[in-house]
Structures are given as C-alpha cells and as structure tokens.
Design a protein. Structure first.
Length: 116
C-alpha cells in the first residue's frame, strides 16, 4: 500500500515551491494548472488547485519529525511558514510546534532524535 496525501490550495505554484523545499521532494506537474505531485521515499503529497481559500481548521494535518526542532522551525519559517504556537508544546514527553503553510494549512513539527 502507498499513502498519498492531497492538499487543496489556491496558489499551486507557490505551494509547490514551499512544500518541495520543506520536504526535499521534487515537484512534478501531473496536470498543468491543476495538480503537482511531491513524491518521497515513504509517501507522496499531491497539491490540488481549488478556487476557494482555506476557511476552517484542517481536519487532518502532517506531522513532520525532525532531529533539531529549533533549526527546522527557523528554516521552514524562512520559507514562508507561520508559527502558530510560540513555544513548543509537550505531549507524551515529546516536543511539538504547530505551524501553518503560506495558505494557512496547519502542520506539526516534532522533535525526534531518531529521525536524523
């Protein structure tokens, strides 16, 4: 089984640049002006252009596990993300930050010393 996540967006090219830089996955146009796929070793993220902007909280989000939470948060914020939680949250002994992509889609960044 392969897992593919699809994210609606209004600025397909901008979101493709952002998420490609965040994940380190190459962007491949599937249908010009409609779909871009970012495929990595374990999963894929498809960006789908829609006419309406995001208006409510995501029902599902990505959790990105990283070795250095502060450094990755700074890198991703420099790419255009907005930090939602000013300080890391601690849940089940793990540290997490909530961020949003340039279109406001929330995602979590978690400290995982084994991910490096």
């Amino acid at each position: 089984m392969r897992v593919n996540f699809t994210l609606d967006c209004t600025d397909l090219n901008g979101q493709a640049r952002f998420w490609s830089a965040v994940l380190g996955f190459p962007a491949q146009v599937v249908v010009p002006g409609a779909y871009v796929a970012l495929t990595g070793p374990a999963y894929a993220l498809t960006l789908q252009r829609v006419p309406e902007p995001k208006t409510v909280k995501n029902r599902m989000h990505l959790d990105l596990l990283v070795t250095d939470l502060a450094a990755e948060a700074a890198r991703i914020e420099a790419l255009g993300a907005t930090r939602i939680t000013p300080e890391p949250l601690t849940m089940y002994g793990e540290h997490w930050l909530v961020l949003a992509d340039p279109e406001g889609n929330e995602f979590c960044l978690g400290a995982d010393p084994e991910s490096g």
